[in-house]
Design a protein around this ligand. Structure first.
Ligand code: SAM
Ligand code: SF4
Length: 496
C-alpha cells in the first residue's frame, strides 16, 4: 500500500552509515577475501600450530591466519584445531551451556529474501502479529512451564512491528512472573533478532532493557547479497545491515550478535566475513560480538531456493567452520540452533566448542500457548531439525558432563560490553559463570526437571560444586552455599 511504501522510504538513514565507510567503501572487500584465501593455500604444520597458540591466548586472529586455517587439508591437523577449539571454550566459558528459546512475535514482512518462508511474495504463509496479551501468554508457558529464563524474540520487518512494538513486547515479557512448584518463573533476559534499525530506535530498545541485539548478515558476499535480496526492498541495502551493530553500540546497546546463513555462498568466504566484521567492531568500539551464530539453510514452505542452493554446507564442513570461528574470535559466545538434527546437535555439543543452544523450540507464531505438537510449515519461517524438550536436552548435556546455565546475571550487573570482554579474555568470567550456573541450575532442577533428568542433573551440580570449592576463596564458597540453600527453600534470582 501507499502507506507501507512511504514507511519503507523513511527506514534507512544514510548519514548513520557514511561515518563508518572508508573512501566510500565498507570493510568487506570481496576480492581481498578471495586473495587471502588463495594466498594462504597449503599452510605448513608449524604455521598452523603457531596460529592455534595465538588463539589459545584468546587473541583475535588476523585475516591471513584465519585463511590459513580454512585451507588446512591434513585430517590430523584438523583434529588439533578441534582440540584447541574445545580448550578455548573451556578456558573462556568453562563447562557450561546456556539455553534459550526463540519467541516469534510476528511473521509479517515487507522484504523478499528468496530463502525465507516469510518473504512477502510467499502466499502460502499464514500471517500473524501477536498482540501483547498473546506475547504474555507465550512467555508464561516458556517461563512457567518449560523453565526458560532467556528468550530471543524474533520479528519480520513491517510497519506494524516497528521499534515501538518491539519495545512493548520486551516490556511485556519482562513483566511475566508465574508461580512454579517451588518458587516462580520469569524471563530475565530478552534478546532480539529483528531488522536493522536506526540509532534512535535502538535507543528505545536499550531503554526497555534489551539483552543482545542479533542481526545476521546472511551473506557477506556483495554480489550474492544483491541477488538474494531483490532490489526495492529495505533488506537489499547491504550496508544498512552491515553497520547495524555499530549503530546499536552507538546507541548504548552493549551486546551485539553476528551471524551468517550458511548455504547462500561459499562457507570459507563467509567465515572470513565474520572475522572482518568482528575486527571492525573491535576497531571502532574496542569490543567484538557477544555471540556468533551459524545457522544453515533449512527447507521452508513454498521456497525452492532453500533446497536448490549449490552452496549447501555438509556436516563435515559445518564442524570445521564452527571450529575455525572459535579460533578466529576466541572470546565470543557461539550459538548452535535447533535447525540442526538431534544427532548432529549432540555430536557438535559434545565437541565442547559452542556455548549456547535452544530447546523446546517452537517457531510457529503463537505455537507455545497454542500447544502445537507438530511443526506446521505454513506458520513457520523454516522447518526445525530438532524439537526435543528442554528437559531432554538438559539430560543429554548432563550425561556429557555439561552444566546447563540459566544465568542472566552478567547483563544485570553491568558485566557486558567492554567490561565483559576483559573478563572473558582473562578467563575470570568463567568463575562468575560457574557460580551462577550452579545457582540457576538448582532453581531449574527444583522447579521443572523430570525425575530422570534430576538424577543426571544432581551429579553434574555436585561435580561443579566440588570444582568451585577448589578454585574460589573460602568466603566466596560459603556465600555460594548460603545462596544455594536459600534457593532450595524457595528463594529465586540470587546471583554473583
Ligand atoms: N526479519 C529479520 C531479518 O531478516 O533480519 C529477522 C529475522 S529472521 C525471522 C531470522 C533469521 O532466520 C534470518 O536472519 C535468516 O538468517 C534466518 N533464515 C531465514 N530463512 C531461513 C531458512 N530457510 N533456513 C534457516 N534459516 C533461515
Ligand atoms: Fe523477512 Fe527476515 Fe525472512 Fe527476509 S529473512 S523475508 S527480512 S523475515
Amino acid at each position: 500500500s501507499e502507506k507501507e511504501k512511504k514507511w519503507m522510504e523513511g527506514v534507512i538513514k544514510e548519514e548513520q552509515i557514511t561515518r563508518y565507510l572508508e573512501n566510500g567503501r565498507d570493510f568487506i572487500d570481496d576480492e581481498e577475501i578471495w586473495e587471502k584465501l588463495r594466498k594462504n593455500q597449503n599452510p605448513d604444520k608449524q604455521r598452523i600450530r603457531e596460529i592455534i597458540q595465538k588463539s589459545l591466548e584468546i587473541e583475535t586472529l588476523e585475516p591471513d591466519e584465519t585463511a590459513a586455517l580454512l585451507n588446512v587439508k591434513d585430517p590430523e591437523l584438523w583434529q588439533e584445531i578441534f582440540d584447541a577449539a574445545a580448550k578455548i571454550k573451556k578456558k573462556v566459558y568453562d563447562s557450561r551451556i546456556v539455553t534459550f528459546a526463540p519467541l516469534y512475535c510476528s511473521n509479517l514482512c515487507v522484504n523478499n529474501c528468496v530463502y525465507c518462508g516469510f518473504r512477502r511474495e510467499n502466499t502460502v504463509i499464514k500471517r500473524r502479529r501477536l498482540t501483547l496479551e498473546e506475547v504474555r501468554r507465550e512467555a508464561e508457558v516458556l517461563a512457567g512451564e518449560i523453565g526458560h529464563k532467556r528468550l530471543i524474540a524474533v520479528y519480520g520487518e513491517h510497519p506494524t512491528t516497528d521499534a515501538k512494538y518491539i519495545a512493548d513486547t520486551i516490556r511485556t515479557i519482562y513483566e511475566v512472573k508465574v508461580k512454579t512448584k517451588n518458587g516462580y518463573g520469569q524471563i530475565r533476559r530478552v534478546n532480539v533478532n529483528a531488522a536493522p534499525m536506526s540509532i534512535e530506535e535502538l535507543e528505545m530498545l536499550r531503554d526497555v532493557g534489551i539483552g543482545t541485539y542479533q542481526v545476521f548478515q546472511e551473506t557477506y558476499h556483495h554480489e550474492t547479497y544483491k541477488k538474494l535480496h531483490p532490489e526495492g526492498t529495505i533488506k537489499s541495502h547491504y550496508q544498512w545491515r552491515l553497520y547495524c551493530h555499530h549503530r546499536a553500540l552507538e546507541a548504548g546497546v552493549d551486546d551485539v550478535a553476528l551471524g551468517v546463513l550458511f548455504g547462500l555462498y561459499d562457507w570459507r568466504f563467509e567465515v572470513m566475513g565474520l572475522l572482518y566484521h568482528a575486527r571492525n567492531l573491535e576497531k571502532f568500539f574496542g569490543i567484538g560480538p557477544h555471540t556468533i551464530s551459524f545457522p544453515r539453510l533449512e527447507p521452508a514452505a513454498n521456497t525452492p531456493f532453500a533446497q536448490e542452493s549449490k552452496y549447501k554446507v555438509s556436516d563435515e564442513d559445518f564442524k570445521k567452520l564452527i571450529a575455525v570461528i572459535r579460533l578466529s574470535v576466541p572470546y565470543t559466545g557461539m550459538i548452535l540452533t535447533a535447525r540442526e538434527p538431534a544427532h548432529l546437535r549432540d555430536e557438535i555439543l559434545s565437541m565442547g566448542i559452542v556455548t549456547q543452544t535452544d530447546a523446546s523450540t517452537k517457531i510457529g507464531i503463537g505455537a507455545y500457548s497454542d500447544r502445537y505438537t507438530e511443526q506446521e510449515a505454513e506458520r513457520q519461517q523454516f522447518l526445525l531439525g530438532d524439537t526435543r524438550s528442554l528437559d531432554e536436552l538438559i539430560r543429554e548435556l548432563a550425561k556429557m558432563g555439561y552444566i546447563t546455565s540459566f544465568c542472566t546475571a552478567g547483563y544485570r550487573c553491568g558485566r557486558t560490553g567492554k567490561h565483559i570482554m576483559t573478563l572473558l579474555k582473562t578467563g575470570r568470567e568463567a568463575v562468575f559463570c560457574k557460580l551462577n550456573a550452579v545457582l540457576t541450575f538448582r532453581e531449574w532442577l527444583d522447579d521443572f526437571a523430570s525425575e530422570e533428568t534430576k538424577i543426571a542433573g544432581e551429579q553434574v551440580i555436585q561435580k561443579e560444586i566440588e570444582e568451585i570449592k577448589e578454585r574460589v576463596p573460602a568466603e566466596v564458597f560459603s556465600k555460594l552455599m548460603e545462596y544455594y540453600r536459600r534457593i532450595q527453600n524457595g528463594e529465586r534470582d540470587l546471583y554473583f
